[in-house]
Design a protein around this ligand. Structure first.
Ligand SMILES: Nc1ncnc2c1ncn2[C@@H]1O[C@H](COP(=O)(O)OP(=O)(O)OP(=O)(O)O)[C@@H](O)[C@H]1O
Ligand SMILES: [Mg+2]
Length: 409
């Protein structure tokens, strides 16, 4: 068996499903998927842990087939954190770095990060990510990468993504009960973005919408950097619940109606919907189903629009919106989404990795694959350096800061 540290593990503890993806990382940092698994979740509500045993058991069950498939015993993973407690905010900081001929080094960048982050948040929030979007040096503004430049006063402008500490702790505890150490916590929609976006899209301006069971995550990228993260507490299960209530049927039948018949094109099909339940045939009026699905999708995409406005990117994303998550599989959802957000919309899944990556090329696997890729970046194989992004330090590409990690925990 190869050394464990050559493997990267992503664990997506969702409200309806838990997914794990394990990748093998070669010395050049190339990743191949060598195991994956998906099981129903438990003990989660709206993206957060509400009892420890539920997710702990589900993680345990989920990892068994992954371990069998890959021959690797999983004892650590990069884990997704979700929920509407995740917030992004802008921050600033300034430090004096010494004499005028001083060259800015990594230690200066660490220090200015810390000044930008310290004391700006209540003690019950944990910083998941700090993304610098601009530096100034001795008053010269708009510097993207000051490393090696000369100056005596360094200022930073950054976005900070934070989460409520108790929710982070509970997730770590649940993982620990399943004998899995948390390498780091990453916002689930940020992880999804990492799995489905190209660097070109991030440079030009793009939004990712992760349509889950009970939450809808929104992340905005521009000029290569993460600009904004927000989570709306509504998701695909709300459509199922509405269908069950309005059509007076059980959730299992409502879920089947949604998966087989719901679409993002409304009023085009008049035919009644017929579902077999045992020997019985149940008939539901198409117009009613359309009405229920449209009402919920409208609420979801109004929420997305609100997040884009908050981010200051409403109708201002040249690369449009990329949809991921299980609920993005609703037929023709992109057609409805386009009319609501007034931008190009496409549904996307993680592709382009080696190994058995075909099997995880599904929108619902975006989060787990993105988490695995983050694990690969920050936990390199022996002899391989932690990969840095081309432009700046490793922190700017969606994962939390490695150099930051000890400081803020
Ligand atoms: N073919 C399909 N058409 C429509 N909806 C679907 C389809 N397949 C799955 N879904 C929906 O996707 C949702 C589950 O998505 P996913 O597994 O991404 O959620 P999750 O990560 O567990 O939830 P959350 O992110 O909110 O914690 C459910 O609401 C499910 O009904
Ligand atoms: Mg999810």
């Amino acid at each position: 068996m190869e050394e464990k540290s050559r493997f990267a593990v992503g664990l997506d503890v969702g409200t309806s499903n838990i997914r794990a993806v394990i990748g093998s990382v070669d010395r050049d940092g190339n990743v191949s998927v060598v195991g994956y698994s998906e099981v129903p979740s438990g003990g989660m509500r709206k993206g957060v842990v509400v009892n420890l045993a539920g997710p702990a058991n589900a993680i345990d069950v989920c990892l068994k087939p992954v371990e069998d498939m890959s021959g690797i015993q999983v004892n650590a993973a990069t884990i997704g954190i979700n929920g509407s407690h995740i917030l992004s905010a802008k921050t600033e900081g300034m430090i004096a770095v010494g004499t005028t001929d001083h060259e800015i080094d990594e230690a200066d960048l660490d220090r200015v990060d810390q000044v930008a982050a310290t004391g700006k948040f209540p003690a019950n929030r944990e910083i998941l990510d700090l993304v610098p979007y601009s530096y100034s040096l001795d008053g010269q503004t708009g510097i993207r990468d000051p490393l090696g430049m000369t100056g005596s006063r360094l200022e930073i402008k950054a976005s900070i993504i934070s989460a409520l500490l108790p929710y982070c702790d509970n997730l770590r505890k649940a993982a620990e009960m399943a004998k899995v150490q948390t390498e780091r916590l990453v916002s689930t929609v940020v992880a999804s973005a990492r799995a489905v976006l190209t660097s070109q899209q991030m440079e030009n301006g793009v939004g990712v919408v992760d349509l889950g069971a009970t939450t809808t995550g929104v992340a905005v990228y521009d000029e290569g950097d993460l600009q904004y993260v927000g989570v709306i507490p509504i998701g695909g299960n709300d459509i199922t619940k509405d269908l069950a209530t309005i059509l007076k049927t059980i959730p299992e039948v409502a879920e089947e109606i949604k998966i087989r018949f719901a679409t993002g094109r409304f009023g085009e099909n008049e035919k009644d919907i017929v579902i077999k339940q045992g020997r019985e045939e149940l008939t539901f009026p198409r117009a009613k189903v359309d009405e229920v699905v449209e009402a919920r999708l409208e609420e979801i995409f109004e929420g997305v629009r609100k997040e884009l406005k908050r981010a200051n990117y409403d109708k201002r994303l040249p690369e449009g919106i990329v949809l991921t998550g299980g609920a993005a599989k609703l037929r023709d959802i992109e057609i409805y989404a386009r009319s609501q957000v007034e931008l190009a919309v496409r549904v996307s899944a993680p592709t382009g990795l080696g190994g058995v990556s075909e099997s995880v090329a599904k929108p619902e696997y975006a989060t787990a694959v993105g988490l695995m890729l983050t694990s690969a970046q920050f936990n390199p194989a022996p002899g391989q350096n932690a990969k840095k992004s081309s432009k700046k330090s490793s922190k700017s590409k969606g994962g939390p800061l490695s150099r930051f990690f000890g400081f803020f925990k």
